[in-house]
Ligand binder design. Structure first.
Ligand code: GLN
Length: 278
């Protein structure tokens, strides 16, 4: 005779996490936890909840347990093969949308797409944009393709997304020219203790760290992006809280103009970018 109220009371997890796991297992809306609080729950559902709650207790990310994470107003499928979309990455999407605001049928390239969150959010906001998404991980590309199929209108003017299995720009058609290139690359240094904490322990290591100083993927992207940018194209890269200076220097040294960094909602310089070298 277990009710949702019983489970909420007994759970050692934070109340918000308990509610998320409960609504996930029961297929309920958040308000039903209140309106159906006295209902006796199905034993299978209770067992499923207990199993997920135990895994959460052992540290597994909520997004992997529910298989979902909201980003830019869209509900993305998440698996252990991909980085979990972060709210601060919405700044990269907004900035890319600004960069292509005056360009009909803009071409956009997302390097290291993972869930596809950045590419798909841009494609969703700009149905006319032609969006290409690269990842070197076939498993990540499967997740991104599934998300694109589910979240984008098949009749969108820009057509279906183009997915490319590639180590950064290596396999991208060299004749293409993009109005915007964006990336949220692995930028955590390999000796950063955060890699052994929280959700990061369960995310693909290759999406988090370059196994070096945290800037090696960014160096490759800054070096190769100009070959694929349209004359007035923009490159924007997400980076760590203390990397803005270094990334601006890399961009300037490669000839990018109008180089600048933008702060996320926490006030941290979170992305840096510039316009294609002349
Ligand atoms: N923003 C992530 C974190 O610090 C890292 C993502 C990345 O390396 N691109 O948790």
């Amino acid at each position: 005779m277990t009710t949702a109220t019983d489970l909420l009371r007994a759970s050692p997890l934070p109340a918000l996490e308990t509610r998320v796991l409960l609504t996930h297992v029961l297929g309920w809306r958040r308000t039903e936890l209140i309106t159906r609080d006295a209902e006796t729950l199905d034993a299978t559902a209770v067992a499923r909840f207990e199993a997920l709650a135990a895994r959460r207790g052992a540290g597994e990310p909520i997004a992997q347990l529910t298989g979902k994470r909201e980003f830019f107003g869209l509900d993305f499928d998440v698996t252990p093969d991909v980085l979990i979309p972060r709210p601060e990455t919405e700044l990269l999407v907004e900035t890319a949308l600004d960069a292509i605001a005056g360009t009909p049928n803009a071409r956009v390239l997302d390097l290291g797409t993972g869930t596809g969150a950045i590419a798909i959010a841009i494609a969703h906001a700009r149905p006319d944009a032609r969006v290409f998404a690269v990842d070197r991980s076939p498993a990540a590309l499967d997740v991104a393709r599934r998300n694109a199929d589910r979240l984008l209108d098949p009749a969108r003017a820009g057509g279906a997304l183009t997915f490319i299995e590639s180590d950064w720009t290596a396999n991208v058609d060299a004749s293409l020219r993009f109005d915007a290139i964006v990336s949220n690359p692995p930028y955590i240094a390999c000796d950063d203790p955060h890699l052994a904490q929280g959700d990061l322990r369960f995310e693909p290591r290759g999406a988090l760290t370059d196994e070096a100083d945290g800037l090696s993927a960014i160096r490759v992207i800054v070096e190769t992006a100009p070959l694929l940018l349209a004359p007035t194209g923009a490159l924007w890269i997400e980076h760590g809280y203390d990397q803005a200076d270094a990334v601006r220097q890399l961009l300037s040294a490669r000839g990018f103009t109008a180089v600048r960094s933008l702060r996320d909602l926490a006030g941290i310089e979170r992305i840096s970018g510039g316009l294609a070298p002349a």
